[in-house]
Write a protein that binds this ligand. Structure first.
Ligand SMILES: [Fe+2]
Ligand SMILES: [Fe+2]
Length: 220
């Protein structure tokens, strides 16, 4: 199955971003993922993916204690487990590509990697600073919709083994987006909360546009 730009443009992230921005993003991501990459370059790319997955583990784990709503806490616990699994999947693919020794040597820390733009790390710093339920849920459904968008674009360009793993990850990310939105509908109902959600969505989309620009112009 080939993913067309039009499939991406109809995605959930597209609805959040608006049609002008999404057309540009679809072109950018397709061009980025179409690059030829050898095993070392792929390992570095997967290390970049892994940074995001692992920051989600740490940050959402931090949120558990200050989340009194039991069904949100429950969902966060699943997200922590899912993101930890995604971290493990990328690590495993890196090991298969370049060997355990090289991964230990070049990628000892799943929270860091050289290469991506400072905006990429700013995204995870801002994510960790979200201090209220509306902000947290907005991070979950916007960032995971973006990750789902990027991962979907990547499906066209990868080997069958990575593709199989990626489809598992994508299924989870879709669940995370739906979970974030459902909880926002349930708990963020006051005008102030709706306003906070909208403002945070806009802020995150802007950061993500900068992150995407950074990727496209980087060596990753
Ligand atoms: Fe993930
Ligand atoms: Fe996720």
């Amino acid at each position: 199955m080939t993913i067309e730009s039009s499939d991406l443009i109809d995605s959930r992230y597209a609805q959040l971003m608006g049609s002008d921005r999404i057309v540009k993003l679809a072109e950018q991501t397709q061009a980025f993922f179409a690059k030829e990459r050898g095993p070392e370059e792929l390992a570095r790319l997967f290390a970049v993916f892994r940074v995001g997955e692992h920051h989600a583990v740490i940050t959402i784990g931090d949120w558990l204690k200050s989340t009194p709503e039991l069904d949100v806490k429950d969902g966060f616990a699943r997200l922590v487990w899912d993101e930890a699994r995604h971290t493990r999947i990328w690590t495993q693919r890196m090991v298969e590509l370049v060997g355990e020794h090289a991964v230990e040597r070049h990628y000892p820390d799943p929270t860091g990697v050289s290469g991506p733009s400072t905006e990429y790390f700013r995204l995870w710093d801002e994510y960790a600073k979200a201090d209220s339920l509306p902000k947290r849920l907005a991070y979950i459904y916007v960032v995971d919709a973006w990750a789902g968008f990027a991962y979907t674009a990547y499906l066209n360009h990868i080997d069958p083994v990575t593709k199989w793993h990626l489809q598992t990850i994508l299924g989870d990310e879709r669940f995370h987006v739906a979970f974030g939105q459902k909880m926002a509908e349930r708990y963020c109902t006051s005008p102030q909360d709706r306003e906070l959600l909208a403002r945070e969505e806009e802020k995150i989309v802007t950061i993500l546009s900068n992150v995407t620009d950074g990727f496209v112009s980087s060596e990753v």
